[in-house]
Ligand binder design. Structure first.
Ligand SMILES: Cc1cc2nc3c(=O)[nH]c(=O)nc-3n(C[C@H](O)[C@H](O)[C@H](O)COP(=O)(O)OP(=O)(O)OC[C@H]3O[C@@H](n4cnc5c(N)ncnc54)[C@H](O)[C@@H]3O)c2cc1C
Length: 478
């Protein structure tokens, strides 16, 4: 098999790369590990960054904490400014993201770090459409997969890439993939683009790079760090390996991924394994739960906040499903009941007429949980959370009956992988590009410290386009 450009992984980065290379005249093949494409891109929140102006760079420079060269951030900003135009040129349109008014974690339309210079440039969009036309990421994937179909770009599904093939000059000239149990060799005359996601579902890499254990995931089980290993084998440098975006989720044993959990009412608080409150629950940036939960107790040699418990009351139970099914791998596998009653019946949510009864059910010392609740309710009544600074408007005393759900830090992705430059070329440890090898998307993303929401899809589209353009422009080696 012979193509100009081989794209490994069919999510948003793979689509942007394949479509751009195709539109430059290249013959493109997409290899996809799963029976269908989409990856995290098809089950995400669907938010896409289109910054207001170039000052967005100052914001990102602060967030990156010098983990990503400014020239790479600059390349990202310049191209991200075009995200809306690109989507329109490709035949769809965008609309501004409108978050729920009351939800914890708070979903915000703007910057995750509003006090940082340049934050006013953050605007999140999604693909224009109504809820009847699908959830935002369903609309996104319908649009992206449609671009591939319309062009007749060949996709081999259920065909994971296994190895990159270098020639004697170190140029990447092909890929070995696995199809129906057999190895197949595919020549890439111009270049190979890796867009096969992070390692959020690889137990070994997680164990090694991410101290908090265990770490569950909300997205596709397919992203197991294959691109990292393939790139390492041919001498790529790695970067941002310890960075990630992490929410909280409920893990049912019969489901591979966690359910993303959010509370639609103020009537809840978090406690650690021992029933102690530890944080302003309303103040955690939505992607940064990992930092909050990563406290390690040296005396006990454990992470006391993993898992944590959310304690809530009847009003919160009735306000809406704890897992709304907007995003996540389980979205299409299970319908969470509107009043959470089915999940109580399943034992996923524990119930107690008194807080003492609830504590016994979740193996927490009743005296500790009773004390925590009494203190929390007292702080709510006084309107001032002297312990953790939760704002007055986010405080409401809890009333019996009480409920508890066990929560785990749950990755939406990992950000690390092969180091790349502003041209999306994968670099070796000396900073030299590995010829004809490119990457885009969450595999070795540019997010090296704090992450701004909506920037993963935004970046997948940006570096997908850059990689596709540059790979298609390579001179064929044969
Ligand atoms: C619940 C949730 C909500 C999110 N919300 C947002 C949001 O609103 N905005 C935002 O910007 N980001 C969001 N994210 C993050 C974002 O979805 C991802 O970072 C982004 O989709 C990554 O795109 P990608 O193309 O790099 O990878 P993916 O879309 O994950 O695609 C990678 C593809 O590679 C395939 N693959 C893996 N290994 C191989 C192999 N060996 N060979 C061939 N194929 C392979 C996978 O099957 C997959 O199809 C969210 C993620 C989740 C899980």
């Amino acid at each position: 098999m012979e193509y100009d450009v081989v794209v490994v992984g069919w999510g948003s980065a793979g689509t942007a790369a394949a479509v751009t290379a195709h539109d430059q005249g290249a013959r493109v093949l997409i290899l996809e590990k799963m029976a269908k494409g989409g990856g995290n891109s098809s089950i995400c929140g669907g938010n896409i960054i289109v910054p207001k102006g170039k000052e967005f760079l100052e914001y990102l420079d602060t967030l990156s904490f010098k983990t990503t060269d400014r020239e790479i951030l600059e390349a990202f900003v310049n191209e991200a400014l075009q995200n809306g135009d690109w989507i329109r040129q490709m035949g769809a349109d965008i609309q501004v993201f409108r978050p729920l008014e009351v939800a914890y974690p708070t979903m915000i339309a703007g910057a995750g770090f509003p006090h940082v210079k340049g934050a006013e440039n953050v605007v999140k969009y999604n693909i224009k459409g109504t809820p009847e036309e699908g959830k935002p990421s369903q609309r996104l994937w319908k649009f992206l997969s449609g671009l591939v179909a319309k062009r007749g770009i060949q996709v081999l599904t259920s065909t994971p890439a296994r190895e990159l093939v270098p020639n004697e000059r170190g140029e990447i000239v092909g890929v070995i993939a696995e199809r129906e149990g057999k190895a197949i060799a595919i020549k890439a005359r111009r270049g190979v683009i890796l867009t096969c996601g992070g390692y959020e579902n690889d137990p070994w890499l997680k164990w090694d790079y991410l101290p908090v254990k265990p770490l569950s995931f909300l997205g596709t089980p397919a992203n197991t760090g294959d691109g990292i290993r393939m790139a390492q084998k041919i001498g790529a440098d790695l970067w941002h390996m310890t960075r990630l975006a992490c929410l909280i989720g409920f893990k049912a044993p019969e489901f591979e991924a966690s359910f993303w959990v959010a509370f639609l009412s103020e009537g809840f608080f978090f406690v650690d394994k021992y029933g102690r409150r530890f944080v302003n629950e309303a103040g955690i940036e939505i992607h940064e739960y990992y930092r909050e939960l990563s406290h390690f107790d040296m005396e006990k040699m454990e992470y006391p906040r993993v898992p944590l418990w959310a304690i809530f009351d009847e009003q919160t139970r009735k306000r809406g499903p704890l897992s709304r099914g907007t995003a996540g791998y389980n979205r299409d596998l299970y319908n969470w009941s509107l009043d959470n009653s089915a999940e109580i019946a399943k034992g996923w949510i524990q119930q107690g007429k008194t807080v003492g009864e609830l504590a016994s059910k979740i193996s927490v010392d009743p005296k500790v949980l009773e004390k925590t609740l009494a203190r929390y309710n007292q702080l709510c009544k006084s309107g001032k959370d002297e312990d953790f600074g939760r704002p007055r408007e986010d405080l409401r005393p809890l009333e019996a009956p009480f409920y508890a759900i066990q929560l785990w830090p749950s990755l939406i992705n990992t950000q690390g992988g092969p180091r790349r430059d502003k041209e999306a070329r994968i670099l070796d440890p000396d900073g030299k590009p590995i010829p004809r090898l490119y990457a885009a998307g969450e595999l070795g993303s540019i997010w090296g410290f704090l992450y701004q929401g909506a920037c993963n899809i935004g970046e997948a589209l940006v570096f997908g386009r850059i990689a596709g353009k540059n790979a298609a422009a390579e001179k064929p080696w044969s």
